[in-house]
Design a protein around this ligand. Structure first.
Ligand code: HEC
Length: 169
């Protein structure tokens, strides 16, 4: 291999031309890098939103179980706060390209990106109802809390109906 070096030097002109040609491709290289970064970011976004949604689901179960059982106001308070906090956060984890049709392990439908206003409105309804749940919990009155379970639950279903693929339906 070493014996070829002088020849390589002799071909400097051609090498320079090749180098220039490959410089023209650098935009393409960047595009590939960006695509790789986005690909690496996708599972993260999906995992993050699913974890937050899962936490909301578990917290909602706690509220319903407590209302049927012990009525532990501390447990209910913690759960209502979790729903309220996660509701504000999960919405930030829906980058383009992370719908179900991308082949990723997600139930997020394309409608999220096709109808961003509708998705935002469904999210706002959740924020309103979860804030009302926190208020209801503040009264310490189990009946007042119980009365807010249905409106809050309907705000979940309202979004799922249009924006989440439902296996069970
Ligand atoms: C603004 C729309 C929206 C609202 C409001 C909403 N969700 Fe969802 N939810 C989604 C979407 C989209 C998915 C699918 C996410 C995915 O698979 O990447 C989902 C998935 C879930 C999951 C499954 C998460 C997983 O691990 O795959 C649970 C549990 C859940 N939601 C609970 C709730 C509860 C409880 C509420 C109400 C307190 C609620 N969601 C309100 C959009 C919403």
């Amino acid at each position: 291999m070493v014996s070829r070096r002088p020849m390589a030097f002799a071909l400097t002109g051609i090498a320079a031309a090749t180098l220039l040609a490959s410089c023209g491709d650098s935009a393409g290289d960047e595009a590939v890098e960006t695509a790789e970064v986005e690909e690496a970011g996708e599972p993260d976004a999906i995992a993050q939103r699913q974890e937050l949604l899962e936490g909301m689901g578990d917290a909602f179960t706690v509220i319903r179980e407590q209302l049927e059982g012990d009525g532990d106001i501390e447990a209910i308070t913690a759960a209502a706060n979790t729903i309220n906090a996660n509701a504000a956060l999960f919405i930030d984890h829906f980058p383009e390209g992370t719908s179900m049709s991308s082949g990723a392990d997600t139930e997020a439908l394309d409608t999220i990106w096709e109808d961003p206003e509708g998705f935002a409105a469904a999210h706002q309804r959740l924020l309103d109802e979860s804030a009302k749940m926190v208020e209801a919990v503040g009264t310490g009155d189990l009946e007042v809390i119980g009365a807010q379970v249905m409106p809050l639950g309907m705000s979940c279903g309202n979004c799922h109906d249009t924006f989440r693929y439902d296996d069970e339906a």
